[in-house]
Design a protein. Structure first.
Length: 200
């Protein structure tokens, strides 16, 4: 499976947003990447450049490559309603994203690894496909082996964590109780720019 293996801070600095949940560990977030990032002149961005950057940002947030992202766009365009909202709904219902949103993983990269290593059950069945689309009523749980992993047990200690409204969590099990809405997404995303980029 293809994935980005380069420097992660560089991507976060490129979009001016903490993509990997590093918090205080991420320094110089407002400085563009590169040796001369803080001395680089800021050009007035064109409409195309803004749309392109927004598309790249969404891909980075959900950690997917261009080919797969294009398929999500094509699928969203076939649905009725707002295409941007349909796109974000498809991305949010990815299994790796659900594991992250339920608070089982500190970020989406870790969530993807848990899924790939068969630490996640969907309706009591092992699923190792990060892009698996969950449905309303699906139960997402951790295997007994996963609960013993120090990084996961540390996440479970956070009793104050509240998943978004479309997910429900009790202990080591989560349930999909609805479809994700635009207001449930806390990341600064302009879905309209992404849709317009692909509508050219």
């Amino acid at each position: 499976m293809a994935r980005y293996t380069g420097p992660k801070d560089r991507l976060s600095r490129a979009v001016g947003f903490d993509l990997y949940g590093k918090g205080a560990k991420l320094t110089r977030i407002n400085v563009p990447p590169g040796m001369h990032g803080n001395r680089r002149r800021k050009r007035s961005s064109s409409e195309f450049s803004r749309q392109l950057q927004e598309k790249q940002k969404v891909k980075m947030i959900y950690h997917i490559l261009e080919k797969q992202f294009s398929r999500y766009i094509a699928k969203a365009m076939r649905y009725r309603g707002n295409t941007g909202e349909q796109l974000l709904s498809l991305l949010e219902k990815r299994l790796d994203n659900c594991v992250y949103r339920l608070g089982f993983a500190p970020n989406r990269i870790a969530a993807r690894q848990y899924v790939s290593h068969k630490h996640i059950l969907v309706n009591s069945q092992r699923i190792n496909i990060p892009s698996h689309q969950v449905k309303i009523g699906d139960l997402i749980s951790l295997t007994d082996k996963a609960i013993k992993i120090p990084a996961i047990s540390k996440q479970l200690e956070n009793k104050d964590y509240k998943p978004p409204k479309w997910l429900e969590r009790k202990g080591t099990t989560g349930k999909v109780i609805g479809n994700p809405l635009r207001d449930d997404i806390i990341e600064p995303i302009s879905d309209q720019d992404v849709v317009e980029y692909y509508s050219r």
